[in-house]
Design a protein around this ligand. Structure first.
Ligand SMILES: [Cu+2]
Length: 165
């Protein structure tokens, strides 16, 4: 039901923006809940674009700054860094944003994100023809430990305290 709603929102939004929208299927969107005073968190989901597209910007009303990060080795230490070129969504290919991998980094949080909260995210997509459209995603906040149980040590590095840009 939720997926259906998101698809509908996308269709409406995209048609208002461009003649030839780039529909993207979004599955399992979630955000890691935070503790009080925590200033950043990550958002994760599975994206599949119908035609080649690229995520060039992400916005959310709950965060001052939103970036797409990748994990990369730096002198044997796994660190996060911004994906300057945006996130490529090749046609028909599932692109997974997950702990320890590419993720949406939400910084300058305006308040605590509690488990169960629904966090709105706006993805700005650019098609091969340069046409831009937006994709509205609703991500549900999961408890702090979510995804960490069986996660590689890299996931722990997503704590913003070790965050180096
Ligand atoms: Cu990050």
């Amino acid at each position: 039901m939720k997926q259906l709603l998101i698809s509908t929102l996308l269709a409406v939004t995209a048609s208002a923006w461009a003649q030839a929208p780039a529909p993207v299927d979004v599955k399992d969107a979630w955000v890691r809940a935070t503790v009080a005073q925590q200033k950043s968190t990550g958002a994760y989901m599975q994206l599949t674009a119908e035609t080649d597209a690229r995520v060039v910007e992400v916005r959310s009303p709950i965060a001052g700054v939103v970036k797409i990060h990748e994990m990369a080795m730096d002198k044997d230490v796994m660190r996060m860094r911004e994906l300057n070129t945006g996130l490529a969504l090749p046609a028909g290919k599932l692109v997974e944003l997950k702990p320890g991998g590419h993720h949406v980094m939400m910084m300058d949080l305006k308040g605590q994100v509690k488990a169960g909260d629904v966090v709105p995210l706006t993805f700005v997509l650019e098609g091969k023809d340069g046409q831009r459209s937006t994709l509205e995603v609703k991500a549900t906040a999961r408890p702090l430990g979510a995804g960490a149980g069986a996660a590689p040590p890299a996931a722990a590095a997503e704590n913003h305290n070790q965050h180096k840009h």
